[in-house]
Unconditional design. Structure first.
Length: 165
């Protein structure tokens, strides 16, 4: 199954200068918890924002580039159709599409679940979450985040499931 996993701030901002606009360790912890042992699928720009392939999970990169441009062990897919085929062949695996905007845009009709962290704060950005059609999803979970010194924003973790049509 394909699952979008992302965090957005006010105005659907998700990125700035190739990185996240905020530092929110609680969300990084959530990301690690849900993706460990599963698969992450990243666009090449998002993959480049990681220090290295993320450990203890399968790393898939979507790019037009050759596989030889990426570290050994990383699976390279060259089109959205290749991602769809990859997912069809693994119906019982959790495949987390972790961005960026280009992947969310191109795979929005294929995604089964949405894991969204909403941060109730304003940040400058140059990358935005595409406008998803939430009428096709129902919210199945909402969990407020704990605001503290290290996580100085109001934020919440939400999960949505595609409604059978
Ligand atoms: N807040 C969040 O949760 C979150 C999550 C993820 C990312 N981000 C942020 O978002 C920004 C990056 O997002 P982005 O939208 O600019 O880039 P991206 O989606 O991560 O990567 C774009 C790249 O993906 C490849 N690609 C796109 N469509 C393709 C297709 N149809 N077939 C094959 N390859 C394809 C291309 O790679 P090649 O150029 O190599 O061919 C393209 O340049 C960064 O700032 C990042 O930190 C935020």
């Amino acid at each position: 199954m394909l699952i979008f996993l992302w965090a957005e701030s006010q105005g659907h901002v998700i990125g700035l200068n190739g990185h996240l606009p905020w530092h929110l360790p609680a969300d990084m912890h959530f990301f690690k918890t849900v993706t460990t042992g599963n698969t992450i699928i990243a666009g090449s720009k998002t993959f480049a924002s990681f220090p290295h392939a993320l450990p203890n999970r399968k790393n898939v990169v979507v790019t037009h580039q050759a596989a030889t441009n990426f570290p050994a062990g990383v699976t390279v897919l060259n089109s959205f159709d290749a991602v769809r085929e990859y997912a069809i062949q693994r119906p019982n695996e959790k495949l987390f599409v972790v961005g960026g905007a280009q992947l969310f845009e191109g795979l929005q009709d294929d995604v089964d679940f949405l894991y969204r962290t909403t941060i109730d704060a304003g940040f400058d950005g140059d990358t935005w979450m595409p406008a998803l059609d939430y009428s096709k999803f129902q919210r199945i979970n909402w969990q407020p985040g704990v605001r503290n010194e290290k996580n100085p924003y109001d934020y919440a973790f939400e999960q949505f499931q595609r409604v059978a049509q």
